[in-house]
Design a protein around this ligand. Structure first.
Ligand SMILES: Nc1ncnc2c1ncn2[C@@H]1O[C@H](COP(=O)(O)OP(=O)(O)O)[C@@H](O)[C@H]1O
Ligand SMILES: [Mg+2]
Length: 222
């Protein structure tokens, strides 16, 4: 792995449970970055590339109930390997801010805590898939699982294979996200996803603005 790699851009990831508002907030951030004339790319996992979107279809298909946790893990990792090499690394090298909905933390939360795969097993495979790239900033949108259920019911669309796992699974995922945030407070920030969309967007922009100043993407104000 190339330990000396110094990408010029930055990777900002959005994490959190299903229906927590990741897409909504990631798009708001991208709009803000574009207005500020900061080059950025929006992407997501699973997905992000043409191959990745095909893998996403396999992963989320509710007919694929027999999929084993290991198969699931390797499909997410295959997706990540392609996504990292085809999209993320070139974008970082070009100096862009990559805003990505879900990345490595999601694997530790869902396949680790949710499915019960040992994180010491996930870690080395993930390092291969990401070429050692770790997000520079991660925003976890925290929403109680019953609020997510309510949003899902309200939207009235069918659940995908992961959403079908139910409340106990979602609670394990949430606990793991909170643990990750506690363990890595410099990189990982939690926002309260039960608040109004505009309120959350402002909070996230505040966090990202500070991050961009610290990294020299924006001039210091003082
Ligand atoms: N803060 C919020 N309060 C209430 N509803 C929200 C909020 N954020 C998002 N939503 C709604 O919840 C649904 C899921 O949002 P989305 O951004 O797609 O979540 P995710 O990408 O995390 O699954 C959408 O219908 C969206 O309009
Ligand atoms: Mg989404």
């Amino acid at each position: 792995m190339s330990g000396s790699r110094l990408p010029r851009g930055a990777l900002i990831t959005f994490e959190g449970g299903d229906w927590s508002g990741k897409t909504t907030q990631a798009r708001r951030l991208v709009e803000w970055l574009e207005k500020a004339d900061i080059p950025c790319v929006f992407s997501r996992e699973p997905g992000g590339t043409e191959i990745g979107e095909e893998i996403r279809t396999i992963l989320l298909n509710p007919d694929h109930a027999p999929m084993s946790p290991k198969t699931e893990l390797f499909l997410y990792m295959a997706n990540r390997a392609q996504h990292t090499s085809q999209l993320i690394i070139p974008a970082l090298d070009a100096g862009s801010i990559v805003v990505c909905e879900r990345f490595s933390d999601a694997t530790f939360a869902y396949q680790g805590a949710g499915r019960g795969i040992d994180k010491n097993v996930i870690e080395p495979i993930n390092t291969i898939a990401t070429s050692g790239i770790v997000p520079d900033l991660t925003i976890i949108i925290d929403v109680p699982p019953d609020e997510s259920t309510e949003r899902a019911t309200h939207a009235g669309r069918g659940e995908d294979r992961i959403e079908r796992e139910g409340l106990t699974f979602q609670k394990k995922v949430r606990q793991e996200y909170l643990r990750i945030a506690q363990q890595d407070p410099e990189r990982v920030k939690i926002v309260d996803g039960a608040k109004e969309i505009d309120h959350i967007a402002q909070e996230i922009i505040g966090i990202v603005e500070q991050f961009l100043r610290d990294r020299g993407f924006l001039p210091d104000t003082d």
